[in-house]
Design a protein around this ligand. Structure first.
Ligand code: NAP
Length: 309
C-alpha cells in the first residue's frame, strides 16, 4: 500500500489551525490536523470572549472552540493527536515527524500558538500546581475566600484578576510599572472592583512556601528596590506568552523571541510551509487575527498546490 501524502498538514488545533482546516477541507484538500493535547488552544482557558464578532453578550471560550470544531467536522477535517518533533523539506513535499513516525505532506501550516511565560523566580517551579498557576480559569475556584495575587499588567492579567474576584476575598494585581498595558475598558472594570488592589511598580521576585503550598510572595519595588513580603495563598502569573516553535529553531527563520517570521501572506522561510496565529511574528494577537491568519495561510497553501500542478 502506498504511503498517504496529504495536501496539507496543520500543526495545532487552536483558532488559527481550525480556521485553516475549515478552509482547506472545504476546498477538498486532503488535510490532516495534528494536535498535541486539547483542541481549542489558549481560548480553552478563557472564561468569556467578548470581542469575537457575531456573539453579542460574549461566549465562553470552550463553547466557541467547540463550534469551530463542529464547523470543521462538517467538511471532514481529519484530526490526529500527537506531538510534532520535526519538519524537513524534501523538495516537492515536506516530512513531519509526529511521535517518532513520519507523515508526508505537500504543504504545512504551523499554528502551534503560544504558552504562558514564566516569571523565572526562586520557588516558582516547585510551587507550580501548589499555589502558583498560569490559568485563573482552571484554578481560580481553589482559592475561595482566600487572598491571591496576579502578576502582569496586560489584558490577560486584567481579565484574570476580574475573574478571580468571583472566588477570592482579595486580589492584588502586581505590575512592574505605574501604567497598565490592558485596554481601557478592562482598566475601568479593575478600578470599579472593590476586591482588586493594584500594586504599582512591583515585581514578584520570589515565591515562598512549603510542602503544603504557597504562603507568600516577595515583592521588589522597581523604583526604590525595597523588598517586602505579601501573604497570599495563590499566585497567578499572566505576564504574556512565549511562542511554541522550539522544534522549528533549526529549520525555519525565527525572530529573537522565537516567533516564526513570515511575509504578509503567512509564508515562512521554507517552501510550502506557512505559519498562522500567535506563533507568527505579528502586531496583534487576538482570536479574530488568528482566524484571519488561518484563512490567509490556507488560501496560500491552496494556491501553492495549484501552482505546483
Ligand atoms: P501582554 O499584553 O504581552 O502583557 C504582558 C504583561 O506582563 C505586561 O503588562 C508586561 O509588563 C508584564 N510582564 C512581561 N514580562 C514580565 C516580567 N518578566 N515580570 C513582570 N511583568 C512582566 O500579554 P497578555 O496580557 O497575555 O496578552 C497577550 C496578547 O493577547 C495581547 O495582544 C493581548 O491584547 C491579547 N489578549 C486580548 C484579550 C482580549 O482582547 N480580551 C484578552 C487576553 C489577551 P509591561 O507592560 O511593563 O511590559
Amino acid at each position: 500500500m502506498s504511503e498517504t501524502i496529504y495536501d496539507t498538514l496543520i500543526i495545532g488545533g487552536g483558532p488559527a489551525g481550525l480556521t485553516a482546516g475549515l478552509y482547506t477541507s472545504r476546498a477538498k484538500l486532503n488535510t490532516l490536523l495534528v494536535e498535541r493535547m486539547i483542541m481549542g488552544g489558549q481560548v480553552m482557558t478563557t472564561t468569556k470572549v467578548e470581542n469575537y464578532p457575531g456573539f453579542p453578550g460574549g461566549i465562553d471560550g470552550p463553547d466557541l472552540m467547540m463550534r469551530f470544531q463542529e464547523h470543521c467536522q462538517e467538511f471532514g477535517l481529519q484530526v490526529q493527536y500527537g506531538e510534532v518533533e520535526g519538519l524537513e523539506d524534501l523538495g516537492d513535499m515536506r516530512r513531519v515527524r509526529v511521535d517518532g513516525k513520519d507523515i508526508l505532506a505537500r504543504t504545512v501550516i504551523i499554528t502551534t500558538g503560544a504558552e504562558p511565560r514564566k516569571l523565572g523566580v526562586p520557588g516558582e517551579q516547585e510551587l507550580t500546581g501548589r499555589g502558583v498557576s498560569y490559568c485563573a480559569t482552571c484554578d481560580g475556584a481553589f482559592f475561595r475566600n482566600q487572598t491571591v495575587a496576579i502578576a502582569g499588567g496586560g489584558d490577560t492579567a486584567a481579565e484574570e484578576a476580574l475573574f478571580l474576584t468571583r472566588f477570592a476575598s482579595k486580589v492584588y494585581l502586581v505590575h512592574r510599572r505605574d501604567q497598565l498595558r490592558a485596554t481601557s475598558i478592562l482598566q475601568e472594570r479593575l478600578r470599579e472592583n472593590e476586591k482588586i488592589e493594584i500594586l504599582w511598580n512591583s515585581q514578584v521576585t520570589r515565591t515562598e512556601g512549603d510542602a503544603s503550598g504557597l504562603k507568600a510572595i516577595e515583592l521588589t519595588d522597581t523604583v526604590s528596590g525595597e523588598k517586602r513580603s505579601l501573604d497570599v495563598a495563590g499566585l497567578f502569573v499572566a505576564i504574556g506568552v512565549t511562542p511554541k516553535a522550539h522544534f522549528l529553531a533549526d529549520v525555519l527563520r525565527l525572530d529573537p523571541e522565537g516567533y516564526v517570521l513570515t511575509d504578509a501572506e503567512c509564508r515562512t522561510s521554507m517552501t510550502g510551509v506557512f505559519a498562522a496565529g500567535d506563533v507568527r511574528k505579528k502586531i496583534l494577537k487576538q482570536i479574530a487575527t488568528a482566524v484571519g491568519d488561518g484563512a490567509v495561510a490556507a488560501i496560500m497553501a491552496e494556491k501553492f498546490l495549484m501552482d505546483q500542478e
